[in-house]
Design a binder for this molecule. Structure first.
Ligand code: MF3
Ligand code: CO
Ligand code: CO
Length: 266
């Protein structure tokens, strides 16, 4: 696998796309509350992305290949036991206690920024809060491994070790990915693994880390809509995602939000 380092010009564009994607998550938070439908959240994000940011929402009409219908909406909304790729729907009104991952990908000037976080409608259960917090910590521990000379296995190992130490499980079927002027490229960024294994990380790479962590068993199934992924045991799942740039001595989080500036990864 040959992964080309981004040029300074490409890095500048990735920084812009990343910042704009982050701004969508900053904007949508106040709209996540009991009674709102995931379709309304999609519409608000779509209008913000298109009209305010002058970006393209990458999920809209995206398909991974023949056999998969195009994704019909502009964001993914994954509620409770939905692991990822939940389709916004006017039939899905959030109830108090629901947890939802909102996953935003924008295209600006040909470059992609991809990020997601967990939101709560009303008061979440103790378990839901702990799962969301542990999953965010998994993302941060993965990010802390990123520097030239480390390997992709170091990232996966850090995530898996922490998740399993908390008695949660790591979804295997979906992973982070290279990103740039395409949505999904090599390398695959697994959220489990062994230290020192896998490809070496080099300066100028851009990729996502986006762990999906389950409260119960790791197994998932795909719904007949060919997009929505749910836990087999219907227990809760959580996910957080950032787009990253490998720098000369570490990592830059391209999709960092204001609320994270004083935190572990800033
Ligand atoms: N944003 C997702 C990711 O992190 C991909 C969503 S594909 C879609 O890779 F079509 F469902 F939007
Ligand atoms: Co992604
Ligand atoms: Co995403």
């Amino acid at each position: 696998m040959v992964v080309k380092a981004k040029t300074p010009d490409e890095i500048a564009k990735m920084r812009v796309a990343g910042r704009l994607a982050a701004s969508v998550l900053e904007m949508i938070g106040k709209h996540v509350k009991p009674g709102v439908t995931t379709d309304e959240l999609d519409r608000i994000c779509h209008e913000f992305i298109v009209d305010e940011l002058e970006c393209i929402p990458a999920p809209l009409n995206y398909s991974n290949g023949p056999g998969q219908p195009p994704f019909p909406k502009s964001i993914c909304t994954s509620v409770n036991h939905v692991v990822c790729h939940g389709i916004p729907s006017e039939k899905k009104a959030l109830k108090s206690g629901d947890v939802v991952n909102i996953d935003v990908t924008v295209i600006k000037d040909g470059y992609f920024g991809d990020t997601s976080k967990m939101f709560f409608a009303g008061e979440p259960s103790v378990l839901a809060k702990r799962l969301a917090r542990v999953t965010q910590e998994c993302l941060y521990r993965g990010i802390q491994q990123v520097r030239p000379g480390a390997t992709l296995g170091d990232i996966g190992h850090a995530i898996q070790t922490y998740a399993e130490s908390q008695r949660f499980s790591v979804v295997r079927e979906f992973c982070g990915h290279g990103i740039g002027d395409k949505f999904h490229t090599d390398p695959q960024i697994l959220h489990y693994g062994r230290p020192g294994t896998g490809s070496k990380i080099v300066e100028g790479m851009t990729f996502t880390i986006e762990p999906m962590i389950n409260a119960g068993k790791r197994h998932v199934k795909l719904l007949p809509d060919q997009w929505t992924v749910v836990t087999k045991d219907h227990k809760l799942s959580a996910q957080w995602e950032h787009t990253l740039l490998v720098t000369s001595n570490g990592v830059e989080v391209l999709t960092l939000r204001e609320e994270e500036r004083s935190s572990a990864v800033a």
